[in-house]
Write a protein that binds this ligand. Structure first.
Ligand SMILES: [Mn+2]
Length: 354
């Protein structure tokens, strides 16, 4: 079932949502509706048992996969009874990167399990390689953002704030089919674009300035993550414009070189170095050291899906079915920044843009 067990040696896996939902819960259940706080999901080699409250019971029944049994429980004594029946004496995998220690102790005691072992690596390994259905969802999430970007320049207006543009972008993503933005949309004007994770504020838009938008959509639980950089009302005769344009051309070329360096079997370092090498050497080294983050991260149910990275230190082996962002950038403090980001799928013999 979903490849998690082939990576894991124990008897069962226990996923327990606190007031935050574990993305492994979403991965295993496939649920797209409901909140499922304080819900437990028990997974064995060929079955799943969901222990949830009355509140979510009908929602669970309407979405459950065939192999899932849904059980209602109220209170800690009933939870103990169900967990004990299913896990007493078992070696149980839990996601130690998610489950808080206080819950770890409580659940171990309630279940009577022999031992809790860490299943976080089994999950991240299984989730790293996407099946066709997952790729379809990511593609849809990508299409929604691309569609939102097309024509967005028509709403740029002198004096509009970053917050206003972010709100408009989010609204359009929803109208275009997103369940929600997959993270807080970044809109950065002018020198704010030099801060890769700038939070939109009241900075007004001015002519001949950068407009950087980094946004993602969620579709059927799966995320996309794309960035575009524009120049608002360019003054093409200005030196500033020429510099901004050179930064844009350099980043776009770096992004292309990185895409060409992504092949199954290569390590995560190769593509990063292809982009970085170009940025560091172009135009006599003007931008040396100005690409200040990793080239890319794995994308799936989480925007930063873990498992593997495209970075200067990454030894991750790339393989067919993995999805990464390809997002080089140049950041010049006090002047501005440029980033272009697309999501790519590793194929049989290379990578293709989603
Ligand atoms: Mn990204």
């Amino acid at each position: 079932m979903r490849g998690v067990f082939s990576e894991f040696g124990g008897d069962a896996i226990l996923i327990y949502n606190t007031s935050i939902v574990d993305s492994n819960f979403i991965y295993m259940s496939g649920f797209t509706s409901g909140i499922f706080e304080h819900t437990a999901l028990l997974v064995t080699k060929n079955r799943m048992v969901l222990l949830t409250s009355e509140l979510e019971y009908q929602t669970a029944l309407s979405q459950k996969p065939k192999e899932m049994k849904v059980v209602k429980y109220t209170g800690v004594e009933e939870l103990k009874r169900h967990l004990g029946k299913l896990l007493d004496g078992a070696v149980v995998g839990v996601d130690m990167e998610f489950l808080p220690y206080s819950y770890f102790r409580k659940l171990k005691k309630l279940s009577g399990a022999k031992k809790f072992v860490d299943a976080s690596r089994a999950f991240s390994k299984a989730r790293l390689v996407k099946d066709d259905k997952e790729i379809e969802c990511i593609q849809k999430a990508v299409d929604i953002v691309k569609h939102t970007f097309s024509g967005i320049e028509n709403i740029f207006k002198t004096g509009m704030t970053e917050k206003e543009l972010a709100a408009e972008f989010d609204n359009r993503m929803r109208i275009n089919g997103a369940a929600e933005p997959s993270f807080k949309t970044i809109v950065a004007f002018s020198k704010n674009a030099a801060l890769p994770h700038h939070a939109p504020d009241d900075t007004p838009l001015r002519a001949n300035e950068f407009v950087l938008i980094d946004a993602g959509a969620r579709f059927n639980n799966y995320c996309s993550d794309l960035t575009r950089t524009f120049i608002f009302k360019p003054d093409k005769s200005s030196g500033k414009y020429k510099e901004m344009k050179r930064m844009i051309d350099t980043v776009k070329e770096a992004q292309k070189l990185a895409l060409d360096a992504i092949t199954p079997g290569a390590d995560g370092m190769k593509a990063h170095k292809a982009a970085e090498g170009h940025i560091n050497t172009v135009n006599g080294g003007t931008y040396k050291g100005k690409f200040i983050h990793s080239l890319g991260h794995s994308i799936g149910i989480d925007v930063h899906d873990g498992g593997a990275r495209l970075s200067g230190h990454s030894h991750s082996k790339l393989g067919k079915g993995m999805v990464f962002s390809d997002e080089p950038g140049i950041y010049i403090t006090g002047f501005g920044g440029v980033r272009f980001e697309d999501d790519i799928l590793v194929t049989d013999d290379g990578a293709r843009l989603l």
